[in-house]
Design a protein around this ligand. Structure first.
Ligand SMILES: [Zn+2]
Length: 377
C-alpha cells in the first residue's frame, strides 16, 4: 500500500476532524459543510446545500454529473455519511486532540464517522477523475444530526433512497474490519408515573408515591430484556420527586429499546404501552416508539454483501459481515433498498475519549468503497 496515499487520506481526515461538530453546534457543522462543499465543487460534483432547521446544521446532497448506463441519473448508489459527532465543543483542544500514535489516529469523531465520510469523498474523487470508472450515478448525503436520531435529515434520506438501487453507509467498520449487514431497531420511550403529593410527616398516608410506582415499573421493564432473542431494554435515566419530605407526585424514566426484527418491535411496543400500575391511585403515561426500524437482512442486501466480499478479495481482504446492536441511518433504507453499513475506516472507542481509527485500514477501505462505486450495476 502506498504511504503517500495513506498520508494524503490522513491529512484530509485531520482537516475534517479539526473542525468540531457536536450535533448541537450548528455553526461548526456549517463551517465543515462549507469546506466539504468546496472540495466536491472543485472536482466537478453538483453540490446542493439543504438549510438546517430546528437549530441543527445544514446537510449536503452531492450528485455526480455522469449518467447511468441507461442514460438516466436515477437508480444509482446512495452514500450516507453524517458529519456530526457526540463530542462536546472543546474536546479537541483539551481531552482528545488530533494525534497519531503508531497505527492509531485519534480525534473527536475520527472513527464515528469522519474517517468513513472522508473515504467516501476520496473514493468519489478517484472515480470523478477517470471517466472509465464511472458507471452508476452516485449521490452522497452529508448530514448534521445522525447522533440524535436524524430528526432533520430522515426525510431527506428516505427521499434519496426512493430513487436508489444501493445504499452504502460509511459508519466505522466493526471488530477488525467487518461490515454491517443487519442492525437492531432502536426505540425510545418516556414513562411518567403520576401519584398524589402529601407531607411525608403529617399526611403520609394520603400520599401516593410516583417514585414507588416507578420502582415497580423499572423492575418489570428491565425484566423484558431477553438476550436469547436479542432484545434489550435499558432504563437509562430517571427523575422524580421534589424534596425528601414530600411524597412524590411525578416520576419520569427514559427508556432505550433494541430489537432485531419488525415483529419484536411490534411486540415490545405493545408491552411497553400497556404497562399497568401496581400501586393504588397511581397512573402511568407512556410516550414514544421506534425511532429506527430494525435493519434485517434481505436477499438484495445479501447479494450486495457477496459482491462487496468479491471486491475485497481482489486486494486480499476476506470481508466478514456482522450484526450490530447500534442503529444508524441505514435502518431508514435497508427494508427498501439493498444496504451495506460499516464501510468506513476500521477503528475503536467511538463516543469515548479513546476514539481512534486504524491508519492501516484507510487505503483498503477507500479501495473497497471505490470498487463498489465503480463495479455496481
Ligand atoms: Zn456514526
Amino acid at each position: 500500500m502506498s504511504n503517500a496515499e495513506t498520508s494524503r487520506l490522513l491529512d484530509g481526515i485531520r482537516e475534517w476532524v479539526e473542525i468540531e461538530t457536536p450535533t448541537y453546534h450548528a455553526a461548526g457543522i456549517n463551517e465543515l459543510m462549507t469546506l466539504v462543499a468546496g472540495q466536491f465543487d472543485a472536482i466537478g460534483a453538483h453540490v446542493e446545500r439543504v438549510p438546517g432547521r430546528d437549530g441543527r446544521g445544514d446537510h449536503l446532497s452531492i450528485t455526480s454529473p455522469w449518467r447511468g448506463p441507461k442514460g438516466d441519473n436515477s437508480a444509482g448508489i446512495l452514500v450516507l455519511s453524517h458529519l456530526d459527532t457526540v463530542h462536546p465543543l472543546g474536546t479537541l483542544a483539551t481531552k482528545l486532540p488530533y494525534r497519531v500514535d503508531g497505527d492509531k489516529a485519534y480525534g473527536p469523531g475520527i472513527s464515528d464517522m469522519k474517517g468513513g465520510a472522508y473515504l467516501a469523498y476520496a473514493a468519489y474523487r478517484a472515480i470523478a477523475a477517470d471517466p472509465k470508472l464511472q458507471r452508476l450515478p452516485i449521490r452522497i448525503l452529508y448530514t448534521s444530526d445522525e447522533e440524535i436520531g436524524s430528526p432533520t435529515s430522515r426525510a431527506l434520506i428516505e427521499a434519496a433512497a426512493e430513487g436508489a438501487k444501493y445504499v452504502l453507509v460509511t459508519e466505522a467498520a466493526r471488530d477488525g474490519g467487518k461490515i454491517v449487514t443487519a442492525r437492531k431497531g432502536v426505540g425510545r420511550y418516556d414513562i411518567t408515573t403520576h401519584g398524589r403529593p402529601s407531607h411525608s410527616g403529617a399526611r403520609h398516608a394520603d400520599g401516593r408515591s410516583a417514585i414507588l410506582e416507578m420502582a415497580h415499573q423499572i423492575v418489570a421493564i428491565e425484566a423484558m430484556t431477553d438476550y436469547a432473542r436479542g432484545i434489550t431494554v435499558n432504563v437509562g435515566q430517571i427523575d422524580g420527586g421534589t424534596a425528601d419530605n414530600v411524597v412524590p407526585q411525578t416520576c419520569t424514566a427514559a427508556i432505550d429499546l433494541r430489537v432485531p426484527t419488525m415483529a419484536d418491535a411490534a411486540d415490545m411496543h405493545r408491552r411497553l404501552t400497556t404497562l399497568q400500575p401496581k400501586t393504588r391511585d397511581v397512573t402511568i403515561e407512556v410516550s414514544g416508539g421506534m425511532n429506527r426500524l430494525p435493519y434485517e437482512e434481505t436477499a438484495a442486501g445479501r447479494a450486495l454483501f457477496d459482491h462487496a466480499k468479491h471486491c475485497a478479495r481482489e486486494f486480499g481482504i476476506d470481508l466478514a459481515g456482522v450484526h450490530s446492536g447500534g442503529g444508524s441511518d441505514g435502518n431508514f433504507t435497508a427494508h427498501k433498498v439493498a444496504t451495506l453499513d460499516g464501510l468506513g475506516s476500521d477503528g475503536f472507542g467511538a463516543h469515548t475519549l479513546d476514539e481512534h481509527l486504524f491508519v492501516s485500514s484507510l487505503v483498503p477501505r477507500k479501495m473497497l468503497l471505490q470498487r463498489l462505486m465503480e463495479t455496481l450495476e
